[in-house]
Ligand binder design. Structure first.
Ligand code: NAP
Length: 307
């Protein structure tokens, strides 16, 4: 396990709670400030950490896992050091399941290709990406519409309640859905990162978050949202991706929606994904993406790899 914060810990707790039926073991944990822990018999939830074993290659050589779970802090501008972690695991013939979207948003094609060349599996252990992999035999996804950033949605909820974007950010922080600078969410960067990752996975777009045509929600006010409400309208930060003959088009915008639009149905930590397909029409999912649900998404992939 690389990273032992909210998600890493929730995954470990889940693995331990299921171990009578599903014999997974955590044999190594790497953190930034607490150091590293190892035990081939399986670590406890609250292990004793020794000195940090780094770089990640050394950690992997010592832990000798079958799978690396990448759950370190997201660095949105580069996707590092998670990208380095993934490549080091592939080089050693280890499968990878990631909760960290950085490498998917910045270098999915390289990652997927390297995993394939190394004969190992690369899985994204995130609820939204599991929803994007709906089993639709023969059908092609032509586009998606999605509300991807729970923190941005909570900021809009705050405006709807007559409060400020900063209040919404505080609510998102409390739920563990946001950290760092509020402008990352208000300016649409979080949604752009996730949209780039989705387009890379669904359309092999080879795009980075910087290339997403993006506008955020910073210009909205409680008064504007109140005015929309009187007309049964609302606003959501919507990502739209489409595969066209000219390539992939991708944009993030605050869109005015009918209050009954499925894209207007996010609550708390939820995201909405609508896939436009050629054979199945539009199919959609609402997913919860807090730490516990993310841990379960990682767990699903681990069980699937083991199976
Ligand atoms: N929280 C959620 O609801 C959620 C949902 C979906 C996806 N994710 C993604 O899951 C990942 C983890 O999120 P989180 O909420 O668990 O974060 P977190 O609570 O901040 O924990 C991050 C962990 O990563 C460790 N870390 C940071 N840099 C590292 C490095 N270079 N090498 C090794 N360990 C490093 C930290 O070490 P220290 O303990 O020493 O600080 C900490 O244990 C992120 O990429 C996030 O975007 C989170």
């Amino acid at each position: 396990l690389a990273g032992y914060g909210r998600v890493g810990l929730a995954l470990h707790r889940l693995i331990l709670s299921q171990r009578a039926r599903i014999p997974l073991r955590v044999v190594g944990i790497q953190t930034l400030r607490h150091g590293s822990a190892f035990d081939q018999r399986g670590l406890p939830l609250d292990p004793e950490f020794g000195p940090l074993v780094a770089p990640i290659g050394e950690f992997l050589d010592r832990a000798r896992p079958e799978v690396l779970v990448e759950a370190t802090t997201l660095q949105p501008a580069t996707g590092e050091p998670a990208l380095e972690h993934l490549l080091a695991a592939f080089e050693r013939g280890r499968h990878v399941v990631t909760a960290n979207l950085g490498p998917v948003a910045h270098a999915y094609a390289v990652v997927a290709h390297t995993a394939q060349r190394s004969g190992v599996q690369f899985r994204i252990g995130l609820p939204l990406f599991q929803a994007a992999r709906l089993p639709l035999p023969g059908a092609k996804v032509a586009g998606f519409r999605a509300v991807l950033s729970p923190a941005s949605s909570l900021m809009l909820d705050a405006l709807r309640a007559g409060r400020t974007l900063a209040d919404g950010m505080e609510a998102a922080r409390t739920l563990g859905l946001a950290e760092g600078d509020a402008s990352y969410y208000a300016d649409g960067w979080d949604a752009a990162l996730q949209a780039a990752a989705l387009a890379n996975v669904l359309f092999d777009a080879r795009i980075t978050p910087l290339q997403v045509n993006r506008r955020g929600i910073a210009q909205l006010t409680p008064e504007k949202l109140d005015d929309l409400r009187t007309r049964h309208k609302t606003v959501a930060l919507v990502a739209r991706g489409r595969l066209t003959t000219a390539g992939v088009s991708l944009r993030v915008r605050a869109e005015v929606l009918d209050v009954h639009d499925p894209l207007a149905s996010t609550r708390g930590a939820s995201s909405v994904l609508l896939l436009d397909t050629d054979l199945a029409g539009t199919v959609g999912s609402v997913v919860d993406s807090a730490a516990e649900q993310t841990a379960y998404a990682l767990f699903r992939e681990l069980v699937d790899i083991a199976g």
